[in-house]
Design a protein. Structure first.
Length: 92
């Protein structure tokens, strides 16, 4: 699976690992704790923890809620690639 953040394609990365790294990095950039992100996204802190640690059985609707709270957008493409783009959220 290939993943892109912004316009940069990252080939041969596991989607859950790349997603975990992206969520963790963006949360830290925004100065949010896992609990604060969970509150913003309407999910549990345990879910945010699992997502940031690459758990592969997370619910897609919750993943999208977390990404949205971080100002990120996920696109899945045919052929197994994905793109995460920033849609603009200001830090606290």
């Amino acid at each position: 699976m290939r993943m892109a953040v912004g316009d940069t394609v990252m080939p041969d990365l596991d989607l859950s690992g790349a997603l975990a790294d992206t969520v963790r990095l963006r949360r830290r950039q925004l100065g949010l704790g896992q609990g604060e992100l969970a509150d913003l996204a309407g999910v549990s802190e345990r879910f945010v923890y699992a997502l940031e640690h690459g758990k592969t059985s997370v619910q897609l609707n919750k993943v999208i809620a977390v990404l949205s709270a971080l100002g990120l957008h996920l696109e899945l493409h045919r052929g197994g690639s994905a793109t995460i783009t920033s849609v603009g959220v200001t830090s606290r």
